[in-house]
Design a protein around this ligand. Structure first.
Ligand code: SF4
Length: 233
């Protein structure tokens, strides 16, 4: 089996796994091409910059200091069972495992659920707008299947909606909240879209990006629908 390809590392974070001190490993490869991707250098599967064995040794020295390792990307599950096997090895060291995922691989998520403790799942837009945003027609349906897979596990998770005004409107957000609440989702995060520095042609203004956060009616409605709504401005 090919070694896992790791393209980036955040050695210490308090915001990527709820309530835990964590490291983030960025795995290379992603099946989507989101207009706002902030990690374009990780999208193609190539050689990872970080030696997986060395990273295990690095983690061994942090037992008792870090509590969790979050796998992000790209899309970590694009590396299939190679990635899952690596997560299993990291978990065997005693770390909780988190996964930031776009939900494109529901079957792999099901297999990974045995060794993943928490996920942050992207819900990027309404079904109609998904292809324009992600470049993939089946991405929405796959993501919804992943949501159902994870709901079946009964494990904790958060659904994240990044509000890029080119692809998400206030009306869309109400619609998405209805879908998630109807599925029994408890924790969501509304994330402000911050243009990537390479996205020079981006036409959005501060006011457009802030509209979701200054809309009191929207905030009160969503806050009333879920156990927790994190507003990441
Ligand atoms: S899913 Fe994430 S990593 Fe993949 S293209 Fe979209 S924003 Fe980038």
């Amino acid at each position: 089996m090919r070694e896992v390809q790791i393209g980036g590392l955040v050695p210490f974070t308090t915001i990527d796994y709820p309530g835990k001190l964590a490291a983030v490993f960025f795995l290379v490869g992603c099946p989507l091409r989101c207009a706002y991707c902030s990690n374009p250098h990780l999208l193609s599967v190539g050689d990872g910059e970080y030696d997986p064995q060395r990273m295990m040794e690095w983690l061994s020295q942090r037992i008792g200091k870090l509590e969790a390792v979050v796998f992000s990307g790209g899309e970590a599950l694009m590396q299939g069972d190679t990635a899952i096997e690596y997560m299993r090895s990291v978990r065997a060291l005693g770390f909780k495992i988190g996964l930031h995922t776009n939900g494109f691989y529901p079957e792999l998520l099901k297999r990974a659920s045995e060794c993943v403790d928490w996920i942050g799942l992207d819900f990027k837009a309404t079904r109609e707008k998904y292809p324009d945003l992600t470049g993939q027609h089946i991405a929405y349906d796959n993501m919804m299947r992943s949501l159902d897979v994870w709901l079946d596990t009964g494990k904790e998770f958060e659904v994240r909606i990044t509000c890029d005004p080119r692809f998400v409107s206030v009306a869309d957000l109400y619609e998405i909240a209805d879908i998630l609440s109807g599925r029994g989702v408890k924790n969501i995060a509304i994330q402000k879209y911050i243009p990537h520095f390479e996205d020079a042609s981006n036409p959005t203004t501060d006011a457009m990006r802030n509209q979701f956060f200054v809309d009191r009616e929207l905030r009160e409605k969503l806050d009333s629908m879920f156990e927790s709504v994190t507003w990441r401005e």
